[in-house]
Design a protein around this ligand. Structure first.
Ligand code: APR
Ligand code: PHB
Length: 388
């Protein structure tokens, strides 16, 4: 095959990029190693920044989100049994949309079907070649070898993908912090305990209350990094969640059978630069944030926005300045989201080895946030999303 942009990965980054390029009249081919159903069913994040919401609406992809999503003007934060609210709307005039990544993924796939987007699923042995002069993606399907010759390759293949590994040895600088804990998350067909999210700090560990719809709740508790989800019964999960929530939430929590249970490791990771030759990375292929700040999906959106604009200028105006500067532009917003996610994670989780001084710093950070309008405005502007 021959195309303008070969996209490796059909997750949010790859699919949103293909939609943005299509609207710019730029052809692409998406190559994905998993099945479409597998990708669409992956239970991931649930919060869209206002910029991401506006981008989906501008693309004509916001109808179902507008119907089924929840606009949130603030969030609750608790420490032990008591809590306070951070009012995003009052501080920033903006809000966020609670709408599952699985739903975003389905909307992107439906849009791709509608305009005949070329997507290859269950591609095996995917590899990228000649990324500086004649970019080519090779793969096999049902034992048959295929290749896609393109002008550019977009590496949208996530943290465990192949594109980042195609950078020459020594070019990448990698920054990483692995947190000494994970999140045990469940989905349950129960009414959410609160109409807004609850980020709960507790001496026993962090907990988060979120939702997907009026009868589908999403809950997380901080757990050890080596936790096996199967080692937690539903009853044990609900009991531990109650212990960590503010009193009124613990008393009104509606429990039920979990329909999904899994452990998410927490890490901060950034690799620089995000481009080499005609290979350009976007989303988790280049960076990972702990889910505390709900930034992973939204960073994928801003990377892809910058990349699609740069490619539009390259093809449409024969101006490659933005393309040459893609990594420098995208990485600035990436680091701001990495900082915010690290800040939220450090403030809200229990660190067994942190010592008395760091514990006081954590308690003081929370106390300052609880009592300062300026501190809450700072958190709010990062949570609703800094400008693209
Ligand atoms: N060849 C083809 N596809 C691949 C390969 C490969 N070698 N390796 C990985 N993939 C696919 C994965 O199967 C996945 O569907 O690339 C896709 C990458 O998608 P994500 O990991 O979701 O990354 P991204 O699209 O950048 O979206 C980031 O997704 O994982 C969440 O928390 C993350 O919300 C964030 C968002
Ligand atoms: C979710 O709903 O899954 C969710 C919400 C907020 C977060 C992380 C996850 O910070």
């Amino acid at each position: 095959m021959r195309t303008q942009v070969a996209i490796v990965g059909a997750g949010p980054s790859g699919m949103l990029l293909s939609r943005l390029l299509k609207r710019a009249g730029i052809e692409s081919v998406v190559v994905e190693q998993r099945s479409r159903d597998y990708v669409a069913a992956r239970v991931r994040a649930g919060v869209l920044e206002q910029g991401s919401v506006e981008l989906l609406r501008e693309l004509g992809l916001g109808d179902r989100m507008n119907r089924e999503g929840f606009v949130h003007d603030g969030t609750l934060i608790s420490n032990g049994g008591h809590g306070f609210r951070v009012d995003f709307a009052a501080a920033t005039g903006k809000s966020v949309m609670v709408y599952g990544q699985t739903e975003v993924q389905k909307d992107l796939y439906d849009d791709a079907d509608a305009d005949g987007q070329t997507m290859v699923f269950e591609a095996q042995d995917v590899a990228v070649h000649n990324v500086t002069d004649a970019p080519t993606v090779t793969y096999t399907v049902d034992g048959h070898a295929h290749s896609v010759r393109a002008d550019f390759i977009a590496g949208c293949d996530g943290f465990h993908g192949v594109c980042r590994t195609a950078f020459p040895t020594g070019l990448l600088t990698e920054f990483e912090r692995v947190y000494p804990f994970g999140w045990l998350g469940v989905l349950s067909e129960t009414p959410p305990v609160s109409h807004e999210l609850i980020y709960a700090r507790h001496d026993r560990g962090f907990a988060l209350c979120s939702m997907r719809n009026p009868m589908l709740s999403r809950y997380y508790i901080q757990c050890t990094a080596d936790t096996e989800a199967s080692s937690w019964s539903d009853t044990a999960f609900w009991d531990e969640l109650r212990r960590r929530l503010p009193t009124d939430a613990a008393d009104t929590l509606v429990t039920g059978p979990t329909i999904d249970k899994g452990v998410t490791p927490l890490r901060s990771y950034v690799s620089e630069p995000m481009q080499y030759g005609r290979l350009l990375l976007a989303g988790d292929a280049s960076h990972i944030v702990p889910p505390t700040g709900a930034k992973g999906l939204n960073l994928a959106f801003s990377d892809v926005w910058y990349l699609s604009e740069a490619l539009r200028r390259h093809y449409g105006d024969h101006d490659s300045a933005q393309l040459d500067g893609y990594s420098a532009t995208a990485i600035k917003r990436v680091w701001k989201a990495v900082r915010f996610s690290w800040w939220m994670t450090t403030m809200l989780h229990t660190f067994s080895e942190q010592g008395a001084f760091n514990l006081r710093m954590q308690e003081t950070e929370l106390d300052y946030l609880a009592t300062s309008v300026a501190a809450q405005a700072s958190m709010a502007e990062n949570y609703v999303g800094l400008p693209f």
